[in-house]
Design a protein around this ligand. Structure first.
Ligand SMILES: *Cc1c(COP(=O)(O)O)cnc(C)c1O
Length: 388
């Protein structure tokens, strides 16, 4: 049989996460590759999901999601960001942020349209854009004074008459950059000047460090009306397996995204939605504590990685720290990541796989710190073998 997969998806073989996690299992290495926490979300919220199942929340919820969750999201947006979204018509629930991004791109982009994204970028973006037969235009984030950022002129030059949207992920995976108001303003001005939509992936909105606050794009002047704001319970409440996300946007944009979403999955799981509504209303202190704990873990891992000989870039948010491997005498992160289990019993992710221009990320390797302290400590002990 000839290759059954459509040509536009052929470059999306097995993801690096599958390869590296399989390697971790095979070799017994510590997995600091994939970004999922190894502790559970708030107990009362987990109980709510169990209760919801016992109480019969087991059939299709409404397409846009359980009203209680949409109301809780609306209250949360108002309380945290001063943003008003109507639970009816301006908020919809999705199967995680991943589906929200896919449905947004499929709903808003014609074949041949261009979507700008900052590289290194979250791997699902390129696949969603390819499915829509649109074109990803990558603008590179580079370290400046120890923090990944973009060159505003490069971003401006990336806009063409075919540009439809800018996909903005802040706090940014995999660099840990939290865009400043000034950076967001550059993007916002371009959106307004050229009539572009901002699709914002804000799944790490609560996981920022050192007092750096997350600024939602929709809070910038003139942006609420052209922003598709995407969040998820997965990272916020350490329930990545629940796959519960949501979109906030003006009615026309929500209607468009909902039109596609209804034929991808129709609706999202009911028990999780009720539990997440509870979480947004009652567990935000738990989330703040999660962020503070992650900051300590970041410091713990950064210190260990520096001691092991890596050059370490300090993230202001997310689960991830970027390292430059050149001080250790390596130059290719993919090669090092494949050998790291044998050399040091640890698995990490080569950052170059998140680029359209892999040579720009060749010497970076990403480590996740959303892991128990003893796991981080053991990984660091092992990594110190690299320089000994
Ligand atoms: C984890 C992650 C997602 C996926 O979120 P789900 O809610 O699990 O679909 C999306 N974007 C980024 C940047 C992520 O790190």
């Amino acid at each position: 049989m000839t290759e059954p997969l459509v040509s536009r998806m052929r470059t999306f073989g097995t993801t690096i996460f599958a390869e590296m996690s399989a390697l971790a299992v095979q070799t017994g290495a510590i997995n600091l590759g994939q970004g999922f926490p190894d502790t559970d979300g708030p107990a009362a919220m987990l109980d709510r999901a169990v209760q919801a199942i016992g109480a019969g929340a087991n059939q299709y919820p409404p397409g846009p999601g359980v009203l209680e969750l949409r109301q809780a999201v609306s209250e949360h947006r108002a309380a945290h960001y001063g943003l008003a979204y109507d639970p009816v018509g301006e908020i919809m629930v999705t199967v995680g942020a991943t589906e929200a991004v896919a449905a947004s791109v499929l709903a808003l982009c014609e074949p041949g349209d261009e979507v700008i994204a900052f590289e290194p970028y979250y791997d699902s973006y390129a696949a969603s854009i390819a499915l829509a037969q649109a074109r990803l235009v990558a603008v590179t984030l580079r370290p400046v004074d120890g923090r990944f950022t973009f060159d505003p002129d490069e971003l401006r030059a990336a806009v063409t008459p075919r540009t439809r949207a800018i996909l903005v992920n802040s706090p940014h995976n995999p660099t840990g950059t939290v865009f400043t108001r000034a950076e967001l303003t550059v993007i916002a001005e371009l959106c307004q000047e050229h009539g572009l939509i901002a699709i914002t992936d804000e799944v790490y909105e609560h996981l920022t460090f050192d007092g750096v606050g997350h600024v939602p794009m929709a809070t910038l002047p003139g942006m609420r009306e052209r922003t598709v704001m995407i969040s998820s319970a997965g990272k916020t409440f350490s329930v990545t397996g629940w796959k519960t996300g949501w979109v906030c946007a003006p009615p026309a944009l929500v209607t468009a995204v909902q039109t596609v979403k209804q034929f991808l999955t129709f609706t999202a799981g009911a028990p999780w939605q009720l539990a997440v509504a509870y979480g947004l209303r009652h567990e935000m202190e738990w989330v703040a504590a999660l962020g503070a704990g992650l900051q300590d873990k970041r410091d713990r891992l950064m210190e260990g990685l520096s001691a092991a000989g890596f050059s370490v870039l300090r993230p202001a948010g997310t689960y991830f720290v970027q390292t430059d491997i050149r001080p250790l005498g390596f130059s290719d992160g993919l090669e090092l990541a494949r050998r790291l289990p044998e050399l040091a019993g640890v698995v990490a992710i080569p950052t170059q796989v998140f680029y359209d221009h892999p040579e720009r990320g060749r010497h970076f390797v990403r480590f996740a710190f959303c892991k128990k302290d003893e796991v981080i400590d053991e990984a660091v002990t092992r990594l110190k073998r690299l320089s000994s």
